[in-house]
Design a protein around this ligand. Structure first.
Ligand SMILES: Nc1nc2c(ncn2[C@@H]2O[C@H](COP(=O)(O)OP(=O)(O)O)[C@@H](O)[C@H]2O)c(=O)[nH]1
Ligand SMILES: [Mg+2]
Length: 364
């Protein structure tokens, strides 16, 4: 699961990235604005710890989310042209976007627009993303038109339908409207999936608040959530700078510090939770040899496809899955015991994996 980080220059992208990934990427300076950083967050998971303890696993491997800190799109825009193709391709390859928007005030960190106005910045980013999508759609239309014109009558229809959809999408992008809010049929969404359009990706808005407003974070978060949260959008407010510094401390020290600052929970943890929620992710588990492992898949994923997450051979040669809820297996002690007691279910390839399932995949 990859999330690409977007936001204006100096809004705190790298700071938030460091906070999330316990990273040490340089913030502020020139170099900090042009480098790409990739960081992995291991998802804290109590269920996994309990399973590993039960099975006396030597290794407990948590699920991972990757965050990709990219140079700001606007900062890499060449004169007259769009943002660099490297940034665009990294963003379109991401499963979702994390948009950092700045509310912190600091005289030594100039805002590219000269003033702090998060709502203006959010709108500006929507425009930037919409324009990037518009370029993709226009290019595709240009390529498609002669192909459709030259195709035989029987084959022309599908091409014409695609062009009609692309023209409609183009019209709304020209109005600088993200496609996220548009009503598209499931079929249309599927047709557009290959283009990996940025304004169709789920987006997590991270409001980067100054330390002096730490005690107001909950209010700020709900204010922004009321305005922006909805289908495909979630909101988290946090103090990026503070979270980055707390990421360096032990858990106890960080907790004490938060208490003093009037913070109830870790902002970075909320980012992870909201990432899961936004992406519709669930977690399933495998116990193989001395390793207990957590995996994430989108809610609604069938067993065969989930098996492919573990290994592509498992998906190809999928025979069936044995499944049991994580709590249930704690009561049984082992897969073998659960099998004996008849609580281990046998499921076919179409079985929709449930959050917390322990799966044993049988494959050829
Ligand atoms: N006071 C304060 N400064 C911040 C905060 N977040 C970022 N900064 C500062 O803003 C500057 C730009 O941050 P950086 O993460 O490099 O921004 P980026 O260009 O979006 O990656 C750095 O000097 C950071 O120390 C914050 O929450 N509070
Ligand atoms: Mg940066």
């Amino acid at each position: 699961m990859d999330l690409g980080i977007v936001g204006l220059p100096l809004c705190g992208k790298t700071t938030v990235f460091n906070a999330l990934t316990h990273g040490h990427a340089e913030t502020g300076g020139y170099r900090a604005g042009v480098e790409t950083h990739i960081g992995v967050v291991k998802v804290p998971d109590e269920r996994l710890s309990k399973l590993a303890a039960q099975f006396q696993s030597k290794k407990a491997t948590p699920a991972e989310v990757r965050y990709i800190d990219l140079p700001a799109m606007s900062a890499t825009a060449s004169r007259g042209g769009g943002p660099s193709s490297q940034v665009l391709s990294a963003l379109s390859a991401s499963d979702g976007l994390l948009h950092v928007v700045r509310t912190f005030q600091r005289d030594d960190v100039p805002h590219p627009q000269g003033s702090i106005d998060p709502h203006r910045d959010i709108a500006a980013m929507d425009v930037e993303l919409a324009l990037a999508d518009l370029a993709v759609v226009e290019k595709r239309l240009e390529r498609l038109a002669p192909v459709v014109r030259a195709s035989k009558p029987g084959e022309r229809e599908a091409g014409e339908r695609e062009m009609e959809l692309l023209r409609r999408v183009k019209a709304s992008l020209e109005e600088e409207k993200p496609l996220r809010g548009q009503t598209l049929t499931a079929e249309e969404e599927k047709a557009l999936r290959d283009y990996a359009l940025l304004t169709l990706k789920p987006i997590l808005l991270v409001v980067n608040v100054g330390e002096e407003d730490a005690s107001k974070i909950a209010d700020i978060e709900s204010e922004f959530a009321t305005r922006y949260a909805g289908e495909g959008t979630r909101v988290v407010a946090l103090c990026g700078q503070l979270e980055m510094e707390l990421a360096e401390l032990s858990e106890e020290e960080a907790w004490e510090f938060r208490q003093d600052m009037g913070l109830t929970d870790a902002g970075v943890q909320r980012v992870l939770q909201q990432t899961f929620d936004l992406m519709g992710l669930i977690t399933f588990y495998t116990v193989v040899g001395d390793e207990c492992r957590a995996w994430t898949v989108p809610r609604g994923t069938p067993a065969q496809q989930a098996a492919g997450k573990i290994h592509s051979d498992m998906e190809k040669g999928f025979i069936r899955a044995e499944a049991i809820g994580w709590e249930e297996i704690l009561g049984c002690g082992s897969l073998a015991e659960a099998r004996k007691r008849g609580t281990l279910r046998t499921e076919g390839k179409g079985y929709v994996v449930q959050d917390g399932d322990v799966l044993h995949i049988l494959h050829s």
